[in-house]
Ligand binder design. Structure first.
Ligand code: BMA
Length: 329
């Protein structure tokens, strides 16, 4: 039986995909035994499907998926699933409806996040506009997608919205970067009265040692808890063989989320399985979405594996926070 959880604010999600932690494991995050949940070739034109975002939708699940096509263009596709494990993706990429053709002109999009706020699902992604920046859009039904203004000037990546207004404003984490495979990167916090104008930028955190020494970026939509915002993020180490993308966790102040309460010293997950270590870009575990069942604190995270396939892993909110308090920097 699930244990009663008093930590997570939010809705019940009784049909969250879930698997118990393997007996004898002391891991704080454990992988789904059927990984990867999304193979690279789920749609006929895809080279790889990874770094994708999933949300509860109409008693089932929906999402926006990064599908790099077999011309190696980075595209976003909508998808649906009854159980969060078996997915059907639209074979045609998302065509955004946008009032301004200059902004709506599609170059490329990758690493989407989806966030329910008030009455709709907002989507943020890394959007090509003379270099990567943060694209913003929304949908009500995962059929019609509306594109708004880009949040920032290029270059920026990893735009991650908070699931409610904070102090009366929309709030977003992002990671200013350069136009290449950026060898630096801090997480910043910005707010907006209208989803178009972003400002009051605040520094949240910088790279530090080991697995998070080169750059860091926010992952899934932060989870609201009675201890703060639970933020799962990626951290990058530069090895003699290139970047290694691991996953960490932090707690941010509820009203001033640029204030870090705790930040993990060890990673909670690093690329260790074959599907995380071998692929188009080896050694990448890149989480972009988390489902959460508030009454039990169960968390199911979707993460890109080796820039090739999508994996699922699990954690328990109370346990993750307890672990963080014992393992912070
Ligand atoms: C980052 C992004 C991610 C990717 C990672 C590893 O810069 O492009 O989409 O998963 O590199 O290649």
């Amino acid at each position: 039986m699930p244990t009663e959880n008093k930590t997570v604010m939010g809705d019940p999600l009784p049909n969250i995909p879930w698997e118990e932690k393997p007996a004898g494991s002391n891991a704080v995050v454990w992988r789904y035994s059927g990984n990867p949940v999304i193979p690279r070739d789920l749609i006929p034109t895809s080279n790889s499907i990874f770094n994708s975002a999933v949300v509860p939708f109409g008693g089932e699940f929906a999402g926006v998926f990064r599908c790099d096509d077999n011309q190696r263009n980075m595209q976003l596709h909508a998808g649906r699933s009854k159980d969060g494990i078996s997915w059907e993706l639209e074979p045609e990429r998302i065509h955004w409806q946008c009032d301004d053709p200059e902004i709506g002109h599609w170059e490329y999009g990758y690493d989407p996040r989806v966030c329910w706020i008030d009455d709709r699902y907002y989507i943020t992604w890394c959007n090509g506009y003379h270099g990567p920046t943060i694209g913003v859009g929304y949908t009500f039904d995962f059929k019609t997608f509306h594109q708004l203004e880009n949040a920032y000037l290029p270059f920026n990546r990893n735009g991650v919205l908070f699931p409610r207004k904070i102090n009366g404003k929309y709030a977003m984490l992002s990671r200013p970067s350069d136009n290449g495979h950026t060898p630096f990167g801090d997480i910043y916090y910005s707010v907006s009265p209208d989803m178009a104008h972003w400002g009051y930028h605040r520094h949240v955190m910088s790279p530090c040692g080991g697995w998070q020494s080169t750059k860091i970026g926010a992952g899934p939509i932060p989870i609201e808890t009675n201890e703060g915002w639970l933020l799962v993020y990626h951290g990058v180490l530069t090895s003699c063989n290139g970047f290694v993308y691991s996953t960490g966790v932090a707690l941010l102040d509820i009203d001033r989320p640029w204030k870090v309460i705790y930040r993990s010293a060890p990673y909670i997950m690093s690329p260790q399985t074959l599907y995380e270590c071998v692929g188009d870009v080896p050694n990448v575990a890149f989480p972009c979405a988390a489902l959460c069942d508030a009454p039990t604190g169960r968390i199911a995270m979707y993460y890109g594996c080796a820039d090739t396939v999508t994996g699922l892993c699990f954690a328990q909110a109370d346990e993750l926070i307890d672990w963080l308090k014992r393992n912070h920097t």
